[in-house]
Design a protein around this ligand. Structure first.
Ligand SMILES: Nc1ncnc2c1ncn2[C@@H]1O[C@H](COP(=O)(O)OP(=O)(O)O)[C@@H](O)[C@H]1O
Ligand SMILES: [Mg+2]
Length: 401
C-alpha cells in the first residue's frame, strides 16, 4: 500500500457522504479505510483505523463537526483534516481552519479541487515522529510528453507508441498514450487494440467525468501501456474541444506517472492545448530538406509563445537511411540548436512491428531502433539523461557522419 493515501470520512448525511465516497474511490492513490455516519463515534474510528487523512463534512451539525476537528487535532496532531461544507463563506472556512482543519473544500466537491487538496496534504504531511511522511513525496504530477512531427510519416506514432511501451516497463510507472491525431491517428492499429471507448466518449461525458469513468475509458495493452484512442467516427472530432482536453489532461496527470500525446500535424487547437500542458515537446525530424525547413518554422512559431520554445527537444528519426542525407552537423546548424536524440533507421523491424500490430519490445526487442527508444525512455524519466555513446563520443551513438 505504499503511495496509497488511507482516508477515513465522517458525514452523517447519506446524500452527501455517498457522492463524496464515490469521488474518493475513483482516485487511484486513495484507499478508503473507514466511513462513519456519526460524529460521536469518529474518534474511536480514527483510533482504530489510524488513517493518513480525515475528511469531515460539516453540514449535518457545524458545532459538533468543529468540536470533532478540535479533538482530533489535539489527539492526533499528525493526522491532517480536510473539511467539507456547502457553506463556502469566509466565516465557515475560517472556523474550520481555526478548529484545526488543514484544507477546506466547498460541497459538492469537484474532482480537480479534491485532487489538488490531496496533493497539497500529501506533500505537507508530517509523520507521527515529526518527520515528513515517507510517501509524502508520492505521485506529484506526471511528466507529460508531446510527440510532434515536422511532416507526414516522419515517425511520430512509431516513436510515441514505443516510447510509451518502454516507459511502461518500469513497475513504478503508469503510462497513458493519448492519440490526438483525431482524424487519422493509428496508435490503436499500431497496438492492435480495439477500444470500447475513445476521446469522443470522454468529451460527451465531460460534465459528469470522474476518475473511475476516465480510467475505464483507457484501453490497456498487454505491455502495460494505456491508450486513449482518437474517435472512431470522423464526425465526432467536433465534439472534442480544447477545454475538454485540458480537463482530461489535468485528471490523467493525477492518475498516471507519464502521459504521451501523439499529435496531429495540423497545429489544431487540441494540439496547442496538449503542447501547453506538456513538460517536453519532442519535435520529430528527418535529415532531409522539407522536414528540417519545417523544424525551423515550427521552432519559430512555438518560440513565439512564452515557455513553449524551451520545452522543445529535436529528435532525428531514421538516421542513416540514405547516403545523400543531410549531415547531423549541418542539420544542427540549420535549426540552430543541438539535436537531442537520434533514432537509427531500422526499416524491417519498424515496418514488421507496425504490420503485426505489436510494439518493438515484442517484435524485435534487440533491434537498433528499440535500443535507442529504450534509452530515450530512460532519458525522459531522468534515469540516464544522455544518449548512449554520447558520453564517450560527443558526436552521437550512431556514427553515421
Ligand atoms: N526509425 C525508423 N526506421 C525505419 N522506419 C521507420 C522508423 N520510424 C518510423 N518508421 C516507419 O515510417 C512510417 C511512418 O511512421 P509513423 O510513425 O506512422 O509516422 P507519423 O506518425 O509521423 O505519420 C512507418 O511505416 C514506420 O514503420
Ligand atoms: Mg501518426
Amino acid at each position: 500500500m505504499k503511495d496509497m493515501l488511507r482516508i477515513a470520512i465522517v458525514d452523517p448525511s447519506d446524500s452527501t457522504r455517498e457522492p463524496l465516497r464515490n469521488l474518493l474511490l475513483g482516485v487511484e492513490s486513495v484507499w478508503l479505510e473507514a466511513e462513519c455516519s456519526r460524529y460521536e463515534f469518529f474518534i474511536d474510528v480514527a483510533k482504530q483505523s489510524n488513517p493518513d487523512l480525515v475528511v469531515i463534512t460539516l453540514d449535518s451539525d457545524h458545532n459538533k463537526a468543529l468540536q470533532l476537528i478540535q479533538t482530533l487535532t489535539a489527539d492526533f496532531a499528525h493526522m491532517p483534516i480536510l473539511a467539507v461544507s456547502a457553506r463556502g463563506d469566509g466565516q465557515s472556512i475560517l472556523h474550520a481552519l481555526r478548529a484545526g482543519a488543514k484544507e477546506f473544500l466547498t460541497a459538492p466537491v469537484v474532482l480537480e479541487e479534491l485532487l489538488q487538496a490531496l496533493t497539497r496534504l500529501r506533500t505537507n504531511r508530517v509523520g507521527a515522529d515529526g518527520m515528513p511522511a515517507s510517501n509524502g513525496q508520492a505521485r506529484v504530477e506526471s511528466s507529460v510528453v508531446s510527440v510532434l512531427g515536422s511532416r507526414g510519416g516522419v515517425g511520430c506514432t512509431s516513436l510515441a507508441v514505443n516510447l510509451g511501451v518502454n516507459l511502461a516497463q518500469d513497475s513504478n510507472h503508469s503510462v497513458a498514450l493519448i492519440d490526438l491525431d483525431l482524424a487519422l491517428g493509428d496508435a490503436d492499429v499500431a497496438l492492435d487494440l480495439v477500444p470500447d471507448y475513445t476521446l469522443a466518449d470522454v468529451a460527451l461525458n465531460i460534465d459528469r467525468l470522474d476518475m473511475t469513468f476516465l480510467r475505464r475509458s483507457l484501453c490497456k495493452h498487454e505491455t502495460g501501456l494505456y491508450l486513449l484512442p482518437h474517435p472512431v467516427q470522423m464526425e465526432d472530432i467536433a465534439l472534442i474541444h480544447e477545454d475538454h482536453l485540458s480537463r482530461v489532461i489535468g485528471l490523467l496527470r493525477a492518475s498516471y506517472t507519464h502521459l504521451i500525446f501523439d499529435l496531429s500535424k495540423r497545429f489544431t487547437p487540441t494540439d496547442w492545448t496538449a503542447m501547453r500542458m506538456s513538460d517536453v515537446i519532442l519535435l520529430v525530424a528527418q535529415l532531409e530538406l522539407t522536414s528540417l525547413r519545417n523544424v525551423v518554422r515550427m521552432l519559430h512559431t512555438l518560440g513565439n509563445e512564452e515557455g513553449l520554445g524551451d520545452r522543445i527537444q529535436v529528435v532525428v528519426n531514421r538516421v542513416g537511411s540514405e547516403d545523400g542525407e543531410i549531415t547531423l552537423k549541418k542539420a544542427e546548424e540549420t535549426i540552430g540548436r543541438p539535436i537531442y536524440w537520434q533514432v537509427p533507421n531500422d526499416y524491417k523491424p519498424m515496418l514488421g512491428a507496425r504490420n503485426a500490430g505489436v510494439p518493438l519490445l515484442t517484435f524485435a526487442p534487440k533491434c537498433k531502433a528499440q535500443q535507442s527508444l529504450v534509452a530515450l525512455a530512460n532519458s525522459l524519466s531522468g534515469k540516464d539523461p544522455q544518449q548512449p555513446g554520447q558520453k564517450k563520443e560527443r558526436r552521437g551513438f550512431f556514427s553515421f557522419r
